[in-house]
Design a protein around this ligand. Structure first.
Ligand SMILES: Cc1ncc(C[n+]2csc(CCOP(=O)(O)OP(=O)(O)O)c2C)c(N)n1
Length: 252
């Protein structure tokens, strides 16, 4: 009997190595890795891409990628990306940074990279806390959110309100594409992939700085079950950090 012809409809992106993820159960980083890799595959650019990691949970991610990568000091990925992209302008360069890395210690780096209109892309993973170090308050921590450093909940009277970093970056002329997406349901995964693709296109067209903020699950530090973390994003994060394209000045 002849074997029935099979058509492959789904598979692992070639840019992912297939090394099993060792993130906490329900962590959003692995979903985001996959979407980034799918887009790189689509562009056929794995050999011409450099990933630049900040410090945080994602700094253990290099075994997952079939890519060249650089691991930088905390918050300094935009400076390294600036140097790399300027010296090798045909390379697809992206930084991959958490909200602590990008929004606290690295806030000046990202603002000035956008201000200079550096032609790289930032994947900004907002999980509303410092994940790697055990769940301390980040600039993006929600009002009332319990973290190890705000055991009674973040009080804006002395901790400020959640910093809307993408809104801030969108005011900067050199930033040409700024989007906020999420990975909490299928629809948001599709939108996030689309935004990553658009951000990379803006970079490859030499138009300026591009960034995609992605709301991402951290059930371990939110102290909830992985299955509940998607609803947590929708109910708690999205009212404060609404999804959408904050700025698109691509195409001249
Ligand atoms: C100069 C410096 N200060 C502090 C630390 C400790 N540190 C490691 S990861 C981290 C926070 C990372 O949080 P985030 O960027 O939100 O990423 P996540 O782990 O949540 O993905 C901190 C403060 C460090 N490694 N280097």
């Amino acid at each position: 009997m002849e074997a029935a012809a099979k058509t492959k409809v789904f598979g692992k992106p070639d840019t992912l190595t297939g090394v099993p993820y060792y993130y906490c159960p329900g962590c959003g980083h692995s979903l985001i890795h996959r979407l980034v890799c799918e887009v790189i595959d689509e562009f056929g650019m794995a050999g011409d891409t450099v990933a630049i990691f900040g410090v945080g949970c994602s700094c253990v991610s290099y075994p997952f990628f079939n890519l060249d990568w650089i691991y930088t000091l905390h918050g300094r990925a935009p400076a390294v990306a600036t140097g790399f992209k300027r010296s090798m302008p045909d390379t697809l360069v992206f930084t991959y940074q958490g909200d602590g890395d990008l929004g606290s210690i690295g806030i000046a780096e990202i603002i000035h990279a956008a201000h200079r209109g550096e032609k790289f892309t930032t994947i900004f993973v907002n999980n509303a806390n410092y994940g790697m170090t055990g769940g301390q308050m980040a600039p993006t921590t929600l009002e009332g959110q319990i973290t190890t450093t705000t055991p009674e909940g973040r009080d804006p009277a002395h901790c400020g309100s959640p910093l809307k970093i993408s809104e801030m970056l969108a005011t900067i002329d050199g930033a040409k594409y700024v989007a906020r997406q999420s990975v909490h349901d299928y629809k948001s995964l599709v939108a996030t992939r689309k935004s990553i693709k658009k951000a990379f296109e803006v970079q490859l067209a030499g138009e300026g700085f591009s960034i995609v903020e992605i709301l991402s699950q951290c059930p371990t530090n939110w102290k909830i079950e992985p299955v509940d973390s998607c609803a947590w994003i929708e109910e708690n994060m999205m009212p404060v950090f609404p999804l959408g394209i904050l700025k698109d000045e691509s195409g001249g």
